[in-house]
Design a protein around this ligand. Structure first.
Ligand code: HEC
Ligand code: HEC
Length: 389
């Protein structure tokens, strides 16, 4: 393994003391003990032999940037999770198939019959830590994914967008054969034959499950957790301004930290807040199990990932805090959610005159020093990152 991924893995192990063996051998082989999970009728996905090595990371990066994973070969994971946009897309709702452009310039082609993706794209940064508990432990196999936690583990999540109509699949093939179709394409590309061979050891290893393992191992290298707040906590007292320090304390006393807790500033639990729906969606988004609950997001790196919330309806952090002041005052902001359904902890929030300080504090939780590298080409020879120019 190279030095950089060595350091990354060392810090992953150090920071999170995962339930995996963090061994620094020739190849690093974390073992996640869990039962098998079914991700489609024809693929059994195993997290118990997940392999992270320089080779799986290189393969995962190629797949992440390659639009070969999409029906019309025009959308890559990076289309909506691009380093120029903090590994998000800076749109309220994502735009996948039948579109062109990157970030806020992305728009549908004309004519168009496809809908927006119904939710805001979260950043991929630090998803290695999704599900981190109060002691800093992460169980990679059960790590919650998506705003409603409906999928567990990065490995299982990675193949979902490939099957989704508006994200990557389009009308090119049915959902049932989407993964098989993409796997068949990869098998015909010599560079993927080589990359899978060196990552997984044999020529039969081009499978959807291994694709998930490779993409997940790449995503776990995308870490941004050395913010000024972290440096301040490590003893660098000049890292924060007086306002930011006031915000850091207010964040606790106001009650934000009751849900935005721990080192990732998230309890990773589902809560009902009554965030407004996005008017671009034909239907109201009822969240996890139709309860209007959504998962507490990490508050790291928000400076580069506006707009906010599952529906992307708030453009600024000030908008978000004003929303909290309204719901704390007993006013639901979504007509489908009654005041009694809102999480009881919300009524205890006392924001007072701390808004500016809290916003300053959250901004100081961003770490701009993350991997922004863009590959010069992808194995399919298609446009790197999809139709984004
Ligand atoms: C068209 C835009 C789009 C594309 C393409 C896309 N995503 Fe996403 N991604 C999203 C949106 C929107 C969500 C949130 C969906 C939800 O919560 O229901 C999301 C959620 C995620 C999450 C969950 C993060 C978290 O903290 O819960 C991960 C991880 C992720 N995507 C990785 C990928 C990978 C890997 C690919 C390629 C195989 C990909 N995405 C392709 C828009 C996109
Ligand atoms: C009861 C738990 C809870 C409390 C208390 C709480 N939050 Fe949240 N927070 C959430 C949940 C859940 C979401 C996602 C809601 C959604 O998208 O529907 C969220 C989203 C956010 C976001 C948007 C992040 C993003 O990536 O879009 C910010 C910013 C935020 N909260 C800040 C705060 C601040 C500041 C406070 C204190 C004033 C606070 N939260 C109190 C649970 C909570």
């Amino acid at each position: 393994m190279n030095v950089k991924s060595g350091i990354l893995w060392a810090s992953l192990c150090f920071l999170a003391s995962f339930f995996i063996a963090c061994q620094k051998n020739e190849e690093l082989i974390p073992t996640v003990s869990t039962t098998n999970q079914t991700i489609s009728e024809n693929t059994t996905f195993r997290t118990d032999n997940a392999i992270a090595s320089t080779e799986t990371i290189a393969l995962g990066k190629a797949l992440f940037w390659d639009p070969i994973l999409s029906g019309k070969r025009d959308v890559a994971c990076a289309t909506c999770h691009h380093p120029a946009n903090g590994y998000a897309d800076n749109l309220d709702l994502s735009i996948g198939v039948n579109a062109v452009g990157l970030g806020t310039n992305r728009h549908f082609l004309n004519p168009n019959t496809f809908a927006f993706v119904k939710r805001n794209a979260p950043t991929i940064l630090n998803t290695a830590f999704n599900g981190m508990d109060a002691n800093g432990n992460v169980n990679l196999a059960t790590a919650p994914m998506f705003w409603d936690s409906r999928v567990r583990s990065l490995e299982a999540q990675s193949v979902e967008p490939i099957k989704t109509l508006e994200e990557m699949r389009g009308n090119a093939y049915s959902e049932a054969v989407a993964l098989d179709s993409v796997v068949a394409r990869l098998k015909r590309i010599p560079q993927y034959q080589q990359l899978f061979q060196s990552a997984f050891g044999n020529a039969q290893s081009i499978t959807a499950a291994n694709m998930g393992i490779a993409i997940a191992s790449f995503e776990r290298t995308l870490v941004a957790n050395n913010s000024r707040v972290d440096r301040y906590k490590a003893g660098e007292t000049s890292a924060l301004s007086a306002l930011e320090i006031r915000g850091m304390n207010a964040f606790q006393t106001v009650g934000c930290a009751s849900c935005h807790s721990g080192n990732m500033f998230s309890d990773y639990q589902l809560h009902v807040l009554s965030v407004p729906d996005n008017a671009k969606n034909a239907q109201s988004d009822a969240g996890a199990n139709n309860t209007y609950a959504f998962r507490t997001p990490s508050l790291r790196n928000l400076r580069v990932t506006a707009p906010y919330m599952h529906s992307g309806v708030f453009q600024t952090l000030d908008d978000v805090i004003r929303f909290y002041a309204r719901i704390a005052g007993g006013n639901s902001q979504n007509t489908n959610v009654t005041v009694r359904q809102i999480d009881p902890q919300i009524r205890n929030l006392r924001i007072g005159n701390n808004q500016a300080a809290i916003v300053a504090f959250i901004n100081a939780l961003s770490d701009d020093n993350f991997d922004k590298s863009v590959p010069t080409s992808v194995p399919s020879r298609l446009s790197v990152g999809g139709n984004i120019r």
